[in-house]
Write a protein that binds this ligand. Sequence first.
Ligand SMILES: Nc1ncnc2c1ncn2[C@@H]1O[C@H](COP(=O)(O)OP(=O)(O)O)[C@@H](O)[C@H]1O
Ligand SMILES: [Mg+2]
Length: 382
Amino acid sequence: MSGTSADGINVALVRIQGRGFRSRLELLAHYQFPYPAEVRHAVLATMNATTARVADLARLNFLLGELYAGAVRAAQRRARLECELVGCHGQTLYHQGVAQPFLGHRVACTWQSGEAAVIAAKLGVPVVSDFRPADMAAGGKGAPLVPFLDYVLYRHRRYGRIVQNLGGIGNLTAIVPRALPEQVVAFDTGPGNMVIDAVTERLFGKPYDRNGRLAARGEPIERVLRELLRNPFFRQRPPKTAGREQFGREFVRDFLRLCRRGDANDIAATATALTARSIGIAVRRFVLPLLEGGEIRPARFREFVVSGGGTKNATLMRMIREELAPLKMRVRTSGDLGMPSEAKEAAAFALLAYQTWRRLPSNVPSATGAQRLAVLGKISYP
Ligand SMILES: Nc1ncnc2c1ncn2[C@@H]1O[C@H](COP(=O)(O)OP(=O)(O)O)[C@@H](O)[C@H]1O
Ligand SMILES: [Mg+2]
């Protein structure tokens, strides 16, 4: 797995038994392989749709295939395990979940890079890749796909759980008590670490705010925060997805302009508060109303399970706790519940790959907006 942060590659080695929503999944090992700086820069450059060159896209696709194969090989060696099937999400370079006008038509599209034929050839096992297009072909937004894993891991008989990932983008899965798959609600809440990373890069020359220390020394600028939260994305009803297209370069440029010559730590705190506040808004606006009038009382939506690199940002976690405290939800990390924060998304794509291998669908239509279930991905053979 490589997420929108473009920080590198996460490899999860898992053992899977059962099928569909009754799958059981055991994490055997997980490793992170940061991209070398020049690869990260190349990835970020090709995400810029106005300047990316097609030859670079083609080259990067094959190079990423090599890097993914190398990462899996290194993981296998360290864990002394050999896998039988690989699932590779790849690196998203472009995602437009909702159809937009194009050449007189309306087109929704997505593009993940990392050539699976290369991975299959290097590792000698089949590789499932390119998970998102099948959901989009079925009318969905192609994201989020992790709710399948969330449902497998976190549905509960007695109480509801909200599962929040803090990657580059923040996304949430809400699972009411005894939820049926079609009751799962999931959507992107807005930026996760993406704006924080961009701001720390610009103001401090660091790729991210380690442990949230920079933001801890500042105070959010309320005026700016209020203005940012007026962005229509936060008001839009789910299902909805976001990416660098919404919260990338241009968003950050406007944000910094709004801050004028504010204190750099205050600006970092504002970026951090934006993530926390937008999560609070999403929960109050779109998740808790699910319970109104139903037989489920809010008090039974009890746990808020957080995963992703953002869990390492102590200031962000504090702000999220403060945001959710009035809602009487207990904030925990996926690690507390047995799945390390950094491994979860990679484990999700292992699980999806396994479903595909068995010709089973694994999109959650209520999450993506698809009209039907779809078997996701393409298989490359060694
Ligand atoms: N020690 C840390 N302190 C603060 N933030 C961290 C730390 N480690 C990782 N992160 C954040 O997590 C991000 C990566 O998270 P990840 O879950 O891999 O996101 P993605 O799925 O978008 O790649 C980094 O870009 C950084 O913002
Ligand atoms: Mg990552």
